[in-house]
Design a protein around this ligand. Sequence first.
Ligand code: OSB
Ligand code: MG
Length: 368
Amino acid sequence: MKIDRAALYLLAMPLVAPFRTSFGEERVRHALLVALEGDGRIGWGECVASSGPWYSGETVNTARHALLDFALPLLRGKEVNHPQEIARLLAPIRGHPMAKATLEGAAWDLVAQREGKPLAAVLGGTRDRVPAGVSVGIQEDIPTLLARVGNYVAEGYRRVKLKIEPGWDLEPLAAVRERFPDLPLSVDANAAYTPSDASHLNQLDRFGLLMVEQPLRHDDLVGHARLAETLNTPICLDESITSPHRAWEALELGACRIINVKQGRIGGLSAVLEVHRLAQERGVPLWCGGMLETGIGRAVNAAVASLPGFTLPHDISATDRYYHEDIALPPFLLEDGHIRVPTRPGLGVEVDLVRLHRFAVGMWTWHR
Ligand code: OSB
Ligand code: MG
């Protein structure tokens, strides 16, 4: 198959509620989508980059630049029979993992459609539904937090992850733990602490957490390994794991015991399969993280989460936790605390073009 054309769409999707983390607040999710045309089919990819460089260095605009000016031209004239060939063709581009993953994802959709199989089956997934967790942003105050968590628990979410930062950690956590003594609970600091906070972080041990996600700087593997010497709560890395090689380094160093896998952050679905292999060899539990994706990215995440090594609840929540109106249909529903893995060929979701155009704030095209 040759890649004939690509259309890039930048969408501004209003979130149902502001989402606040230690690095900032999002009210509108900017999503860069690519529609890749090959062999008369369209494959869709969603870039997980945000509008600003706070979670990672990439943004929707750096990704657009990397895609239009460097990545797509590398595909010109090339025969692509497997998405892993896309990963190989894009290898000369240093950095820009989220941009590269977008193209690779669209190619996996094309190939899965061609084979008439759902993406999960093509990847090697073995589950038809995956346990859903929910990521709860930093709130105004503790009563608001308790109400929000209470609603999610009532809806059936299997695990709640609280965003923390200095000044919003032990107190809200104690309140949630007291109200919900048996709730599977974790925290995510998004790199808000420093090694000098070690004794403060050690107090997390009294809450029976599944894990603490990315307490320290995005690039501090050694710091996490040192923190792990005194902290009993398992450390899970998110921002730090930017490639399969970095996953290997983190595990070798003892910087984490769990990995939050985001296909965009590590450079694509081929990289996911590599991390999966590595984790399986070592018995390291994985789970699939989220980036407030539209239904396109969520379909990919559900397929990833269906792999055998993904054993912990995921940041894959129902569509209505993110958007009143998603651009991909049907919406993902919470059923008995689980999200169903799509079973139709390719991503298994349909892009609603009327909604796509309603939320679009930019469009660019490329052809070979
Ligand atoms: O750190 O996992 C994170 C959202 C945007 C950026 C970073 C993170 C998150 C989340 C949301 O926690 C997870 C989701 O999509 O439900
Ligand atoms: Mg995280």
